[in-house]
Every structure is written in C-alpha cells, then in structure tokens.
Ligand binder design. Structure first.
Ligand SMILES: C[S@@+](CC[C@H](N)C(=O)[O-])C[C@H]1O[C@@H](n2cnc3c(N)ncnc32)[C@H](O)[C@@H]1O
Length: 267
C-alpha cells in the first residue's frame, strides 16, 4: 500500500470521521452516535438528507465508498436501501458494522480501496461517497471503478471538496498560507490542507485535494445526466459577519462558495 493510503488509514483509524462530536460518550453507544448524527444533520450540514437523497433509494442495492463510521450509510438503510459499506480503514468498517447493528439495521461490509473495488461489474443500483475520493491518489481511477460497479442506469452521488470555496481561499490560502506564514515557511497548499482540513487530533497528515465544478464534472465525463451543485457553509466560518447576513443571501453564498461540490450522475 502506498504512503498516502497508509497515512489515510492512520488518520481515520485514530480519528474516525465525526467522532469528535460524540466525544462525551463511549464510542459504541447510542448516545455517541446520536451526538455525531445530531451535529452532522442539525448543525453542520442540514442540507444533506435532501441533497444526498437518504430516502430516495428504497429497495436499491446501494454501495457507500469510504463509509467512515457509517453515519450516512445508516440513513440510507433507514430509507430502505440494501446497503454495502466499504472503507480503506479497518477500524471504520468495525465501527460501521457496530453502528448499524445498534440501530437494528443490517448491511454488508468490506475493507476496500476505492481505486480497486472488490465487486463485479454492474452489481449496484447506487454508488455514494461523501468526502472520500479527494483523499485518494487516483481519484479518476476511483470514479472509473464507480462506473464499472454500477449497473447501466445506476446512480452515482459523490461529494468532493470545492476549490472555488470560501474555505479554500479564505482559510487555506489567506488565513493559514498568507497570514499565518505557512507559505513563507515553505509549505505548499497541499501541505496546508493536509495539516488543517481534516481534524488531526492524532497528528495525521492525509492527502487532501480540491476540485472546481468544471473539474468535478470532467471526472464524471463517462456518465450521463451529470449534475453538479455546491453546498456547505456555516455562519461561524464567516466570523462576525456571519451573524448578520440575511438567510437568503447566506443560502446563496452556501450554494456558490460552499466547501462541498456534489456530483449526481447516471451510468
Ligand atoms: C473524511 S472521512 C469521510 C467518511 C464518511 N464518508 C463520512 O461522511 O463520515 C474519509 C474516509 O475515507 C476513507 N478513505 C480514504 N482513502 C480511501 C480509499 N483509498 N479507499 C476507500 N476509503 C478511503 C477513510 O478511511 C475515511 O473513513
């Protein structure tokens, strides 16, 4: 396994995605998972259930690539999808399996690299991935794998980090790169993202890439009906100004300079 993938395993083995929001509770309890879920869908990204379509795939064979702790996978299972969760990090699979079982939902699970999915061609109706493919060296190869395992007419829904975002230009470039002197110390944009974008309590340094709408669309050129949308911004990210921006204007900002670019496409 190459260094970037080993670093990813190290990062998410020690700091499972979102675990920080449940830290007041034991990891294998409902209180823990409820806190993680509450933060994600009530505070951080209330747009997710609708945009990701957790209720849209009842009866479908749904594959999640990089399922982390299974937070979204559980929502799809609750929506009636027949779910399969995969992740490069063995700990993620262990937690996801426990997570779904705790809420009386079932699924299949596999430790798998998104660049070489261990499934036959045309074996899923839906392939979903949230915040994963920008952490792997061959993102285009991973999109090719999604295309391969989807049946003709199957849906892909994939979130990548957005290059033309407030988070990238305001936080990565301006705040850390220029004002805090990371560029002067010889660090690249990739170094800064690796250090600050993911929460690194354990000191991990995962690979992080960003995509413009156009770059995201190009990655999915082999698909049909490709739709690209932008989401994800919180008022605190805009500092003091965030408190005073009217809701409509805030929604506009979220959908133009938000941190997530979401691609929906059909095979
Ligand atoms: C930021 S977390 C997102 C987890 C989950 N999708 C969520 O929304 O909570 C990134 C996840 O991608 C996984 N990952 C990183 N590189 C991967 C790869 N090459 N193949 C599969 N999973 C990978 C990590 O182990 C981690 O669980």
């Amino acid at each position: 396994m190459n260094t970037e993938k080993l670093r990813a395993r190290e990062q998410w083995g020690k700091d499972p995605c979102g675990a920080i929001h449940g830290r007041k509770h034991e990891l294998d309890t409902r209180e823990f998972f409820d806190a993680v879920e509450h933060h994600r869908y009530q505070e951080y990204a209330p747009w997710m259930p609708e945009v990701m379509g957790f209720d849209e795939f009842a009866g479908a064979r749904l594959l999640e690539i990089g399922c982390g702790m299974g937070t979204d996978l559980l929502q799809f299972a609750r929506g009636g999808a027949k779910v399969t969760g995969t992740d490069l990090t063995p700990r993620s699979i262990e937690i996801s399996r426990q997570h779904l079982a705790l809420y009386g939902e079932s699924g299949n699970f596999a430790i798998a690299d998104c660049e070489t999915l261990p499934f036959a061609d045309d074996s899923f109706d839906v392939a979903y991935s949230n915040g994963v493919l920008h952490h792997t060296p061959d993102t285009a190869g991973a999109v090719g794998e999604i295309h391969r395992v989807l049946r003709p007419g199957g849906h892909a829904r994939v979130m990548l980090y957005h290059r033309r975002s407030f988070a990238y230009w305001g936080e990565v470039i301006l705040r850390h790169g220029i004002l805090q002197g990371e560029f002067l110390r010889g660090n690249s944009t990739a170094d800064i993202m690796s250090k600050y974008v993911e929460f690194n309590e354990s000191g991990g340094r995962p690979l992080v890439k960003v995509y413009s709408r156009r770059q995201a669309r190009d990655l999915f050129a082999m698909f049909r009906e490709v739709k690209v949308q932008v989401e994800q911004l919180t008022r605190p990210e805009l500092y003091i100004i965030g408190r005073f921006i009217p809701e409509r204007m805030f929604r506009c900002l979220r959908r133009s300079v938000g941190w997530n670019v979401i691609v929906s496409a059909k095979k």
